[in-house]
Design a protein around this ligand. Sequence first.
Ligand code: BG6
Length: 480
Amino acid sequence: MAPARPRVRSVTQSGDRSDAFVFFGATGDLAYKQIFPALADLIRDEGFDLPIIGVARSGDLESLKERARQSLADHGFSDAAATQALTDRLRYVKGSDEDIETFRALRRELGKARHPLHYLAVPPALFGEVVGCLQVSGCAAGARIIVEKPFGRDLASSVALNETIHEVFAEHDVFRIDHYLGKEPVQNLVYFRFANSFLEPLWNRDQVASVQISMSEAIDVADRGVFYDQTGAIRDVVQNHLLQVVSLLAMEPPSGHTSVAIRNEKNKVLESIRPLVPADIVRGQYQGYRDTKGVAADSSIETFVALRLHIDSWRWAGVPFYIRTGKCLPVTATEVLVEMKRPPQSLFGEAQPRDADYFRFRLSPDMSISLGALAKKPGEAMAGEPVELLASHESGSERPPYQRLIGDASRGDQSLFAGEELVEAAWRVVDGVLDGKTPLHFYEPGTWGPPEAVDVLVHGDRWHDPVEKLRVPATAAPHD
Ligand code: BG6
């Protein structure tokens, strides 16, 4: 138990650069998969030179260095100098996240650092304890914290968690990570929408028939059974990643490119989404999930969900926003398809597919923006065929989101982090369907989820299955 703490908040000046990086859960999965590679990238690309202190219950400094090397090798990181710099800079505090002595040792290890950045790579249930101990030990003074998603388990726990954190940290020192916000193609949604003039007149209920977001993953839950069986697809990716994407697609033009202006507009979108009710969703679970280590034999957790959102705003009233996501689906790809309404008359007497006109934003594994249309087939008949015009395509790798986000947090830049209001507004959307009581339909791995997923579609809409690999035309040779 943390000792009683004074109710005083420690606030950084927004310009203060962090002067030490501390990560709790240093021997855990997140540190291995994301934090070590991100730190190495930061050192190599951005001269990141903060002392790095890992906190964990087991092991010692040598074993932590070895784990860092192993993590980098597994991620194909080959810069020997950056690897050496990372391990040279690593320090280690051994102890439990619930023991105040661990934090006193951390304060000693921090030495002269006055603005540490604490990354809580630990289960959310421990956040309250860690934050309390940070304060009592003096480690919270002048500090910032990064916390992972899911932030809470539902609306009530998220509100309570925010209150606990705010007893110690001011909102502008709290960085809630949603790595989707650090992704290049997600940022491009905002850029493409507002850097061009042609989209805005089309981007509303008069022209858009529906919006569909698919986040399909071919992988199963692998070794994350314990985490996943307390989480499920709605908490794992809908409440955060996918509602963030919805808010960026649907928001009004912000008053400027500031984090506050963008957050305000995103909040308004989430606040105008009607809270989900059971009739809006279909949940699924892949066959074999219950045999996963760490998963209950009678688990009712969903590994798939399809749902329909209603945005009650002037711009979007009546336009369904569909989300479909799951594990063990046929491909790994995330994309947004904005389907446009058909012309009012079928002038050429042909039966036209209703989903011929669309914008496609491909978010992963490759990044592209394209426009689907009908174009005339050569010949006498006025008959068309679907074509796709590619506006941009990147197959190369982007700057990894965690590199970007940890770097931003160390500079106090909140632009790509989820604020308190936004996180709570997102919980409000899903809160009514988190009880696991809506029917659970089983599906075979490698299929597009249970057939019942069509039940959430309206107006004769259909699901668009993303393909594993987009066919991208070779660049045409320039004319002589
Ligand atoms: C994580 C989820 O937040 O996002 C995982 O916990 C999911 O279940 C992952 O696989 C997907 O992220 P990305 O960047 O691979 O699309």
